[in-house]
Structures are given as structure tokens and as C-alpha cells.
Write a protein that binds this ligand. Structure first.
Ligand code: PMP
Length: 433
């Protein structure tokens, strides 16, 4: 061998430049902290209760039902039974024709759907408007595609009469929102119901966004994974159903959230062929095809829900009722100890104000970490309760302005929520005694 080939260690830079600034991610660190210290984990967003029997039974049938083709590749852009039933469902929800072959694409969870959108639509130098607080991968995905995220915050309006705040009290300033649109804006990301706040955007708010999209010829990437998790009789309004928006909207969904089975990793995009054709290019050359068995099971789940649509036995009717009770249970436990919850209108998350608990974890002006990071770490290590700092859902520049909140997931068994309540009660007693 020539001598240079013996020098095994590579010395050239390895990380692609587009990963700069997005290589740090708190999920790994917080998952490890939760695994090491937590007695009760209300941090990461997944249910600890079982998925519905009809889904697990469909999964078992798909796996062992004698159709050996379930173990082979299926149609790359979506298993036929699944795209067909999704199209039927969305025809109902959007009040328009939806073609299973051209208006629906199945992905590996909503994550892949998002990734396909940013890769397909965002050019170097394009701007993408992201509403803060936001599901944190949006920023990374825009950057990986070469785009620039432009952030616009939901601003809290504290209720006057001393009532608890609702996620509806967090609103966009219309003038500020309009100021973010320019010739460089390619898309806006909308997430309603929103993770982490649980905000369900009203028709008026959606119309404001829609108007700006049409005026500036901008796409809307509408992440609606929590579409069925809406409380207090509120209605989830789909951006694609608004006048003029079908043509410029891709709607993203997730079987993981829909059927309380986040491990199944089946997602979808619904939208006009003109847009979906580009997503198909990304999907075809990255993932190619999603697992057949899970697609088959999810198709059967949707088939059941189509038959029971709007009826009391429907899972889409039952699940939000159950989750609303869980939400109320956690709201009550937090309120009782003075960790003021912001009541979410949807999703399985709620955000709580930790200001009254600051004496336990003093401010440190020299720390690089936002206060809520330090608080959440202290809480899991010392109290055994895991939650996620809200500033994780803000851009770097705005993290420090919102560091008095933490996010809890309430999609948990009764016993888990009771255990969280016991920790909070004991903590409160220690503080007052
Ligand atoms: N969008 C939002 C807003 C989410 O909260 C999540 C999951 N936490 C996803 C997309 C990804 O969903 P999936 O598990 O189907 O990939």
C-alpha cells in the first residue's frame, strides 16, 4: 500500500454545511434523563394506554392472515386500500372530490410527509413562515432544504378576570403576520391543533392566513396530525376547505395520533396533484414504499371509522371525550398547586406556567441555557416528573422570552396522571411547610 492509505483517520470536514446549527436536539437528552430519573414521564408525546382493539386485531390479521403478499412491497405512493379509504374520508371532510391515486400519498408518519414537502418545494434562499411555538423539526427541515425560516409568534393575551388562560388566548398579531410575507416567501407552515400549546385556530384566524397566502401566492403546509383531538365541542377547520386554498395546500395527517399508536408510523398527505407530484418525486427517491402490514391495518381502521362516522361508537368520537377528561384531570392537578396550566383546545399536550415554582431553581444570569431547560432538568432529577421546556418550541433568538413554561403530555393512563398529581401535591406541601 502507498503510505497515505495507511492513515485511516479521516481529516476532512464530515458534516454537510446544511446541518450546521441543527445538530443539537433536546429530545435525546430529555429521553435519557426521563429514562434515568423519571417516576412519571409526561414529557414525550405518546399515549401509555393501548391502541384500540380494532387496530391491533387488524394488525394481527394483516400479519398472519394468510396473505403472503402482506410481506412484500406494495404500491409506492400508498397501499391501494389505504389511499382509497383516505380519499373517501377526505371527500367527506373537505366537501370535494379526492382522487385516491393523485390526491393522496402515504408516508412513514407525518414526519416523512413534512420532509417531502420541504424537500419538494423549498429552494435555496426561499423563506418559510413558521408560527411560534412550533413542532421543532419544522425549523431543521426548512434549513436542511436550504431555506430560511421566518418566525412569527402567537402572543398571549392574559385573561382579565383571573381565570386560567386558554390556548385560544394566544393569537397572531395580524399586522406582524402580514409583515413576514414577502416576494421570498414560498410557504407557511400551519399546525392546527398546535403542538405544544394545543391551540385550535379559529375560522377567522385561518381566513387571515389564507388571505395572505393568496395575496402573496404562497403555499400552505398544513400539519393537522391532531385533527381528531379537539375538545369542548370546538370544531377543527381544515385549511384546504377554505375558499381558494385547496390549490395551494398540502394537508398532513398521522395514523399514529389518529389511532393512539405512534409506533405504527403511517402518515399521509392530501392535496392537488399539481403539488403532490413533487412530493412523489422525493418519496420515490428516499423511502420508496411504506410498510405494507401497517398500511393494511390502518386502512381497516379507517374503513371501520367510515362506517361509524359521527356515531357514538366511532373512535374519532370516543377518543376526544376520553382525552378531554384526562386534560381536565391534569389541569386540576396543576392548578391545585399553582403551576398555572394554559387550557388546551386540542392535542394531547398542555403548557403550564412555572413562575410560582422559581424559588426551587434560582435564576442564573450566567447560564447559556434558558430557564425552563434548567427547571425541567431539575424537576426530573429531584421530583421524578418529566416534562419538556417550552423554549424547545421556539427559535434560538426567541428562546429566552418564553422560558417560564413547560409542556406536559396528558395522553396517559389514569394511574399515571394520578401519580403526577401526587408528586405535585407533595412538592407543594414541602414548599409550604
Ligand atoms: N407533526 C406534529 C405537530 C407532531 O406533534 C408530530 C409527532 N409528535 C408529527 C408531526 C409526526 O408524526 P408521526 O409520528 O406520524 O411521524
Amino acid at each position: 500500500f502507498p503510505s497515505h492509505s495507511l492513515q485511516a483517520k479521516m481529516s476532512r470536514p464530515l458534516q454537510a454545511r446544511r446541518l450546521e446549527g441543527i445538530d443539537k436536539n433536546i429530545w435525546v437528552e430529555f429521553a435519557k434523563l426521563a429514562a434515568t430519573y423519571s417516576k412519571v414521564n409526561l414529557g414525550q408525546g405518546f399515549p401509555d394506554f393501548p391502541a384500540p382493539d380494532f387496530l391491533t386485531e387488524a394488525m394481527t390479521r394483516a400479519l398472519g392472515g394468510g396473505n403472503h403478499m402482506m410481506h412484500q412491497y406494495t404500491r409506492p405512493f400508498g397501499h391501494l386500500p389505504l389511499v382509497k379509504v383516505l380519499a373517501q374520508f377526505f371527500e367527506k371532510l373537505l366537501g370535494r372530490d379526492v382522487d385516491p391515486m393523485t390526491n393522496v400519498m402515504v408516508t412513514v408518519g407525518a414526519y416523512e410527509a413534512l420532509f417531502c414537502c420541504f424537500q419538494a418545494f423549498v429552494e435555496e434562499g426561499d423563506e418559510v413562515i413558521v408560527i411560534e411555538p412550533f413542532f421543532d423539526c419544522y425549523e431543521a427541515m426548512v434549513k436542511m432544504a436550504g431555506g430560511t425560516p421566518v418566525f412569527v409568534p402567537l402572543r398571549p393575551n392574559p385573561p382579565k378576570d383571573g381565570k386560567l388562560m386558554s390556548s385560544a388566548d394566544w393569537q397572531l398579531d395580524p399586522v406582524e403576520l402580514a409583515s413576514k410575507f414577502s416576494k421570498r416567501t414560498k410557504a407557511i407552515v400551519l399546525n392546527s391543533p398546535n403542538n405544544p400549546l394545543g391551540k385550535v385556530f379559529s375560522r377567522g384566524e385561518l381566513e387571515l392566513i389564507a388571505e395572505l397566502c393568496v395575496k402573496h401566492d404562497v403555499l400552505c403546509i398544513s400539519d393537522e396530525v391532531y385533527e381528531w383531538l379537539v375538545y369542548d365541542g370546538k370544531q377543527h377547520i381544515r385549511m384546504a376547505s377554505l375558499q381558494g386554498m385547496w390549490d395551494r395546500t398540502v394537508t398532513i395527517g398521522s395514523a399514529g395520533k389518529t389511532f393512539s399508536a405512534t409506533g405504527c408510523k403511517v402518515g399521509w398527505v392530501v392535496g392537488p396533484d399539481r403539488l403532490l407530484q413533487h412530493l412523489r418525486t422525493v418519496h420515490q427517491n428516499s423511502v420508496y414504499v411504506c410498510a405494507t402490514i401497517t398500511q393494511e391495518a390502518v386502512a381497516q381502521g379507517f374503513q371501520r371509522e367510515l362506517t361509524l362516522y359521527g356515531k357514538p361508537e366511532s373512535y374519532f368520537v370516543q377518543l376526544p371525550k376520553e382525552l378531554q377528561q384526562k386534560r381536565d384531570q391534569l389541569v386540576q392537578s396543576l392548578d391545585a398547586v399553582g403551576m398555572k396550566p394554559i387550557i388546551p383546545e386540542g392535542t394531547y399536550f398542555l403548557v403550564a406556567d412555572i413562575s410560582q415554582f422559581k424559588s426551587d431553581v434560582p435564576d442564573d444570569p450566567n447560564s447559556d441555557e434558558p430557564y425552563d431547560y434548567r427547571f425541567a432538568k431539575w424537576m426530573v432529577k429531584n421530583k421524578g416528573l418529566a416534562a419538556i421546556p417550552l423554549s424547545n418550541f421556539y427559535s434560538e433568538a426567541h428562546k429566552k422570552n418564553c422560558s417560564n413554561f413547560i409542556r406536559f403530555c396528558f395522553a396517559k393512563e389514569e394511574a399515571t396522571l394520578k401519580a403526577a398529581s401526587d408528586i405535585l401535591q407533595k412538592w407543594k406541601q414541602e414548599k409550604t411547610s
